[in-house]
Design a protein around this ligand. Structure first.
Ligand code: NAP
Length: 296
């Protein structure tokens, strides 16, 4: 494949807007507004993410609860030293509340909170991040009821390029429960020949070789500029999930400026995967509402 003079920049906001328009029409047909409850721990990154979720929900008419930082009536920011017992009590109350259709707990979490215990404590029907063990198991068997919001966003971005994934070499860098593993399952479902790289691949000095043959590259390592632009296969599609702060700037896991000279299409950071993930949480909330009210 020849090197592209100009790669297509996959603008997340444009793709998110299209999904939003479809959701708006779907929500207008529902008998009541779905409700999403969000819990996050005091951190600047979570606050930015929550504000983006809140704004999208408000535009769509998805309720996020009353303002005022009271978990009994709405979404909540908790202090960093909140004990697990308090988090568990809130999740149990939201699980039991029929007016709450979706629950989302943000990363990062403080050290006394176990992220896997959090996922397992959310009612799987309300798990709009799509990472409860039951939802992960269903995805494993290609029978997901609620998909992983970030993995779905990655697939939307890939599909927006029009590429037929069957038989393509797909390389995923990162194998976390919330991004790398779910993305690799969805790529397999599309019959892409999927390789999952991780820290062991890097330590073995094999990362560059795998990246060089990727027709579709998805990177979710949380390591700024881990992937060098010159490794990117000319004409490939590059989806950079990473969000890092380097020298006071938000950057991805891929060297964007050099990678964009080789890729056919690439996501920027910020403004690529992030806005689409926010919209997929809204989509999952609508889906959860429909499933819980017998409209699915
Ligand atoms: P994570 O749980 O820390 O997982 C990172 C993964 O990358 C791990 O599987 C790790 O492997 C692997 N890794 C780390 N260093 C590596 C290296 N040098 N070479 C190869 N693999 C390496 O993070 P995550 O939750 O998956 O998130 C990843 C990034 O995506 C973060 O920057 C996060 O902020 C971002 N994110 C963005 C969105 C969005 O909507 N845009 C959503 C979620 C996450 P080991 O486990 O073997 O160490």
């Amino acid at each position: 494949m020849r090197a592209m003079a100009e790669s297509r920049i996959l603008q997340g906001r444009t793709i998110a807007s299209k999904i939003e328009a479809g959701l708006q029409a779907e929500i207008a047909r529902l008998p009541a507004a779905p409700q999403l409850r969000v819990l996050y721990f005091d951190s600047p990154a979570s606050r930015v993410y929550w504000h983006a979720q809140q704004a999208a929900a408000a535009r769509l008419g998805i309720r996020t609860g009353a303002p005022g930082n009271d978990w009994k009536t709405g979404s909540i920011e908790l202090p960093w030293d909140t004990p697990w017992t308090q988090v568990e009590r809130i999740l149990q109350a939201w699980n039991a509340d029929n007016s709450v259709h979706g629950i989302f707990v943000h990363q990062p979490m403080p050290p006394q909170i176990d992220a896997q215990q959090v996922s397992a404590s959310i009612d799987p029907r309300k798990d709009v991040e799509g990472i409860h063990p039951e939802n992960s198991a269903r995805r494993f068997f290609a029978r997901a009821r609620i998909g992983s919001c970030t993995a779905l966003a990655v697939m939307e971005l890939i599909e927006s390029t029009g590429i037929a994934l069957e038989g393509k070499e797909a390389v995923v860098v990162g194998h976390s429960d919330i991004v790398g593993r779910p993305v690799s399952m969805l790529l397999l479902d599309k019959l892409a020949t999927t390789t999952v790289c991780h820290v062991g691949t890097d330590r073995a000095g094999q990362l560059e070789a795998h990246v060089r043959r990727a027709d579709v590259l998805v990177v979710a390592a949380g390591r700024p500029h881990l992937i060098k632009g010159e490794w990117v296969k000319p004409g490939s599609i590059v989806i950079d999930v990473g969000i890092n702060v380097k020298d006071g700037h938000v950057v991805g896991d891929v060297e964007f400026e050099s990678a964009k000279k080789r890729a056919a299409a690439i996501t920027p950071v910020p403004g690529g995967v992030g806005p689409v993930t926010v919209m997929m949480v809204m989509k999952n909330t609508v889906e959860a509402f429909k499933q819980q009210t017998g409209r699915a």
